[in-house]
Design a protein around this ligand. Structure first.
Ligand code: PAF
Length: 281
């Protein structure tokens, strides 16, 4: 497995692979890899001949009061996991390599990124789209694989790819969960045992909301209220609970068609997100 630190080398490597007629799938990550990321690596390997994993904790998608400095960076462990899972290359640039000191160009999606995490983390998606575009320009992938836990992120990136004509196919993978339902996340490592147990209320509330809707529940306000109470009574502090149209992420007026329930909640200092899709036609 090749470990590539420089953008120019990454571009050279990808161009050489393309010259040999090989297709490239990129798995963009911020490291601290878990089975959820590794499932994306498997998916990438099923879609293309060359798998590139990028590991970069992107400073521009963190707000000033967020956890950039304490974000875990177990680089050697991450490299070993990528090697074991069969990645062909890991792109591991430094912050100075990715951003010039006077970097002043951004990519900003302005519709899908307005609500949900975009509302509570201003500037977050601008950082995400900018870095993902830069990673695309470095790794030159034919395919890029993202997880559905970050559903809004995936939709925002899809829109960017469509609007700016990136020649990259976006492939999504289902959220990977622990046996008890907790969505895998690098941030789970911050949770105490007690917080982790309480955090199961997120999945529990999402599942009971889904079953209430599929049984004919029609009242958006009531469904929202029961999710909020399920999480709050387990000690979670709600950032948002939104029931939206799964396509445009606008608040769902009624519970029909493709709906997404998306949640962000704090357990202790740790902010977790999760979602559930509901198809009610
Ligand atoms: O989902 C993530 O880990 C990050 O937002 C991404 C897509 C790697 C961009 O930094």
């Amino acid at each position: 497995m090749k470990v590539i630190l420089k953008i120019s080398e990454m571009q050279k490597y990808s161009a050489a692979m393309k010259k040999q007629g090989k297709t490239i799938a990129l798995v963009p990550t911020m490291g601290c890899l878990h089975e959820g990321h590794l499932k994306l690596v498997d998916k990438a390997a099923a879609c293309a001949e060359i798998v590139v994993v990028s590991i970069f904790v992107n400073p521009t998608q963190f707000g000033p009061k967020e956890d950039l400095s304490r974000y875990p960076r177990p680089v050697e462990k991450d490299l070993a996991l990528c090697r074991k899972r069969g990645a062909d290359a890991v792109f591991l640039p430094s912050a100075d390599e990715m951003y010039d000191k006077d970097s002043s160009t951004w990519i900003e999606e302005t519709m899908l990124s307005r609500g949900l995490c975009g509302k509570s983390r201003p500037g977050h998606f601008r950082g995400v789209t900018t870095i993902v575009a830069k990673l695309f320009n470095a790794a030159l992938p034919d395919i890029a694989v993202f997880g559905k836990k970050d559903y809004q992120q995936a939709q925002v990136i899809r829109r960017m790819v469509r609007d700016l004509n990136f020649p990259v196919k976006i492939v999504l993978h289902e959220t990977v969960r622990e046996n008890d339902g907790l969505a895998l996340s690098s941030r789970n490592t911050y949770l105490s045992q007690e917080e982790r147990k309480n955090a199961l209320s997120i999945r529990r509330s999402l599942k009971s909301a889904k079953s209430a809707i599929l049984k004919g529940g029609k009242n958006v306000g009531l469904i929202r209220k029961s999710i909020i109470s399920g999480i709050s009574s387990a000690g979670g502090k709600i950032d948002y609970v939104e029931i939206v149209d799964a396509g445009n992420l606008e608040p769902a007026g009624k519970l029909s068609g493709n709906i997404l329930i998306a949640i962000a909640a704090f357990f202790g200092r740790t902010r977790l997100i999760d979602n559930i899709e509901i198809n009610r036609n």
